[in-house]
Design a protein around this ligand. Structure first.
Ligand code: SF4
Length: 364
């Protein structure tokens, strides 16, 4: 006898089940690799772009290069003739191209992520953990076509799981053109846009349909902190708007059965000394305004770098008392700072965290 034909009301028949579920609901199933986050197969978004959208993106990319307001710095320069705050002209300057094993396990997999480290940046973080690449113009100038050829080489020779464009915010037109070129020359792996989240809506619109995974930092929450440490007044407001747009494009992070991420948003937060309260605000924002299923990496590897800990140029001449710049940031973060942000994240309802491997071995 089924439920409907038994004569009992649905509520009467389901009563015991409903009561039991009251106990089950708080213990929600916690599986990253299960529906709805599991994909049977995946075709990168750039493969399904129409010829009309392709032509529109090409023409927009060239137009942006001639009058660049593509990031919140809004320089308005012609990048064929000069440079703006990012110091990069019409050609992307690339520092390193190689399979990379320093990313999350679901991004790097067994074969590595095909990393393309862009030189230059539109932020000026005084603690930059990539100072020699992002703050200095080191590398080779590549046309979009040369860049796209490198993506195909990474796929064919390196057998990488994706193309991971690191710090792309200031070279979005060049990156858009390079992806379209690579697609026409056989690229088949997903594109990872590895960003500080200091993007504009215009650049994210240009990336829509080309990017599969947004690997997005959310660095600090208070505008006074971003002004002092990132040299950007409105970083958090920009990051909030950007991550909302990314989520609208690709949604929560999804995987194929091999555990490799193929599509969605992964948010990183680097825990900063003395800034645990800001980290907690960021977690609450992600849970309430992005998704409680947002995949989050709370990173504890901060180390003093760039300008932090350098001798204070404004200090007393010949000072012997060890005065350094940004002394409050001149230490590693504590376990308690990391745990308090994790607790705030869980209290807010987040549950999909990037976990370090428990076996002490290879991170996959
Ligand atoms: S991408 Fe560079 S030139 Fe364009 S607005 Fe940003 S900082 Fe200025």
């Amino acid at each position: 006898m089924d439920i409907v034909s038994s004569g009992a009301t649905l509520r009467q028949r389901l009563g015991p089940l409903v009561r039991r579920q009251r106990f089950l609901v708080p213990h929600r199933r916690r599986l990253h690799l299960a529906p709805p986050f599991l994909l049977d197969d995946y075709v990168p978004r750039y493969q399904t772009l129409s010829s009309r959208d392709t032509a529109r993106k090409r023409s927009l990319a060239y137009a942006h290069l001639r009058n660049c307001n593509l990031c919140p710095r809004m320089c308005g320069v012609n990048r064929y003739q000069t440079t703006g705050t990012c110091l990069i002209g019409d050609k992307a300057k690339v520092n390193v191209i190689a399979p990379h094993f320093g990313e999350e396990a679901c991004i790097q997999g067994h074969n590595g992520s095909g990393a393309v480290f862009m030189s230059g940046c539109n932020l000026r973080c005084i603690f930059c953990q990539n100072f020699d690449i992002a703050h200095q113009r080191n590398g080779m100038d590549l046309t979009p076509e040369e860049l796209g050829d490198w993506y195909v080489k990474l796929q064919e020779v390196g057998n990488v799981h994706n193309i991971n464009i690191v710090t792309p915010e200031h070279v979005v037109p060049q990156v858009a053109l390079s992806i379209l070129h690579a697609r026409d020359h056989g690229l088949r792996v997903p594109i990872v846009y590895n960003t500080s989240s200091f993007d504009s809506l215009a650049s994210l619109e240009l990336m829509d349909g080309l990017v599969d995974i947004y690997l997005a930092d959310f660095k600090v929450w208070e505008s006074s902190t971003s002004k002092r440490l990132l040299k950007a007044d409105d970083y958090a407001a920009t990051a909030r708007e950007s991550i909302r747009a990314m989520q609208a494009q690709v949604g929560d992070l999804c995987f194929t059965g091999d555990g490799i991420a193929k599509k969605g948003v992964l948010v990183r937060h680097l825990v900063m000394p003395g800034k645990a309260a800001e980290g907690a605000e960021i977690m609450r924002f992600l849970a309430t305004e992005i998704s409680t299923d947002c995949f989050v990496n709370i990173m504890e590897q901060y180390h003093p770098d760039a300008h932090v800990g350098k001798k204070n140029r404004g200090g007393p001449r010949g000072s012997q008392n060890g005065e350094v710049r940004y002394a409050d940031l001149n230490r590693a973060v504590s376990g308690e700072e990391v745990s308090s942000i994790r607790r705030a994240a869980m209290d807010a309802g987040l549950w999909r965290f990037n976990e370090p491997p428990q076996h002490g071995g290879f991170a996959m």
